[in-house]
Design a binder for this molecule. Sequence first.
Ligand code: NAG
Ligand code: NAG
Ligand code: NAG
Ligand code: NAG
Ligand code: CU
Length: 660
Amino acid sequence: MRRIMCFRFPATSQYFRVYILFLVLLVHTELSYCHREFWGPREDIVLSSPEECARNCKDNEERKNCYYKFHIEFYTTLGAACDEKNQTQCIIADGFEKTLIPINRQLPGPPIQVCVNDRIIVDIENAAGGMEVVMHWHGLYQNGYQYYDGVPFVTQCPIPSSTTFRYDFVAQNAGTHFYHSHISTHMLDGQVGPLIIRPPPCNEPFADLYDTDENIIFLMDWMHALSMERFPGFYRQNLGQSAENILINGLGNWTDPITKQTTNGKLAVFTVEKGKRHRMRMINSFTTVCLAELTIEGHDMLIIAQDGANVKPKTVNSIISSAGERVDFILNANRRLNSYWIQVRGLGECAEKSVQQLAILQYAGGPSKPSSTPPTYNTVPSGVVYNSLDGTKCNTKDTTTTLCVNQLESLEAESELLKVVPDERHVLNFWFFNYTQYGNNMLFKADTYRTFFAANDKSQLASMFNDIEYEVSSSPLLSQPRSSYQTVCKHNQLSTCTQPCTCTQVIHSKLNNVIELIIYDEVPLTDLHHPFHLHGYEFRVFSIGQFADMRNISKADIDQIIDQHTERLQRGEYTNPPGKDTVKIPTGGYVILRFKANNPGYWLLHCHFTWHHLTGMELVIHVGDLEDLPPVPPDFPECNNWKPPLHTLNEFYGFRYPQF
Ligand SMILES: *[C@@H]1O[C@H](CO)[C@@H](O)[C@H](O)[C@H]1NC(C)=O
Ligand SMILES: *[C@@H]1O[C@H](CO)[C@@H](O)[C@H](O)[C@H]1NC(C)=O
Ligand SMILES: *[C@@H]1O[C@H](CO)[C@@H](O)[C@H](O)[C@H]1NC(C)=O
Ligand SMILES: *[C@@H]1O[C@H](CO)[C@@H](O)[C@H](O)[C@H]1NC(C)=O
Ligand SMILES: [Cu+2]
């Protein structure tokens, strides 16, 4: 278990603490009296505002109860709010008018910034009529708060419109995290925001390496219509689901590729002080298959954490990330007093349309515009690329041009994870079931309604993970285990089911086992580098590899990978594999990761590309048994099918229908 508090109060200050507590209670009892209807009967729970919570964390500080209200509704960018003097409710985005479903009329959503051990309470008011909401806190363990992980039909029912749902959990693991909608494609329509958990100074290993910790670089992909427009996707025009634009901290401009006209957008400005070292927290909240490549003119970047997990610092020149990944780096503002371009290029499918966005790094007191010409899409960065698309050198010591996420080292040794044979090993392939190969008549058959998405090559696809297309159950597995079982895959389901095999895939794991996952891209497709995210855990990335020849990966290939991995373990070659919760798998490649299953619950493991996981590329890892879990919170909302048995009309529950 990770240490939360650094040291206990010395005995002499105990009395003082009790005295303070008494005073605080006295004051709070007074205060909360008038708020009683709002905050319920408890009088000792004092809520702090988002601003009060976004403080400098101190050693051994009392926990704060950080309260947030998220109001969700339909809204438009560049709406009438943008003509007001006070533009607090104006969303400009990239200067293109479109409908979105944001939180509190902000883009990205309001930042949650707390200290380790704070309690986070978020009331989600769903005022988006006709739309369900579910919020996932990406990167948080939720150990003890399993019911608040925010996965529809796994941990909770979706929040129906016109109702409010209260999330209530403790910030356990420090790091740069974020929150996002986990239902439909809403994440792409504004339901995202940063979630930063800072440790007390005594648990911050890099405190000496930086002077400020204020900058969040929040990357979003962006479409010029509601994203649902593109699910399952068009077939005759505007194929595929690639993004039209990228936003940096919700801002950017956009040049129409046909008319060449540029919108009157605003670029994000990051102000730094010359001579200071700034910790930058970069969050990739993309939903499409595009990747983001970040470079900062004239500056290199010292990487100190990935997905909130600290690593031994390494310098790079550009940072590639895919949906769900975060990178903390230190930027040393040691150049001439000026301003510099920040460039984010869209890679993968986004390369076809040369999608990119710019922002400005401004030295305080310097000019507001960089003196150099803005970089174009064809400005390719030089130097070391972090998390590059080339996975062929990840299992070597060569980091001259590329630095893979597994080539970094964790600060913490985890010797139990290094044992040669794990307690459980799951080999999980992923691929697409291509209905179009069968002439589509399998998909568009009378009375069958199978899930699919329309890809950019005009094929109609379902997404397979471990040879199964995940079927969403009608009740949450965690909170309603007795009613959710109907669709759960049976033992040996694969031997009996017809292709594509569809059921609610649950892998049962024993609490505290060391679990190894080998996830691989069985049938490589150009430009696809799927990022897999595991809820509830930070795993360690042991090995990343890629078969250079873009061929299908066979079972024999996997056996060979396991042999190599086993030899490396036997030779003790893995030195502190780094922690992460989202990992990008190279095209036609694989990743080997391990974690200790010390967090009971139902945890989703899925590709973080929205269109893939919505069409089946996900499964649930069920750790532990019912008795390992906290009880379901009282009055927790339930949902299920309702198909009562049919009776003759006048015997139905004794009710007599009127006779005419
Ligand atoms: C504008 O909105 C901000 C944020 O709500 C508020 O602090 C400020 O007082 C408002 N200004 C005016 C002139 O209303
Ligand atoms: C982007 O917007 C800024 C600010 O409105 C503008 O100065 C700049 O010319 C635009 N960029 C491009 C490439 O048109
Ligand atoms: C699906 O099958 C069709 C027809 O064989 C083919 O043209 C297309 O490239 C395939 N797409 C994928 C993604 O495999
Ligand atoms: C790879 O697998 C796909 C799907 O099973 C199949 O259509 C394709 O022919 C295979 N490619 C090769 C080179 O074997
Ligand atoms: Cu995917």
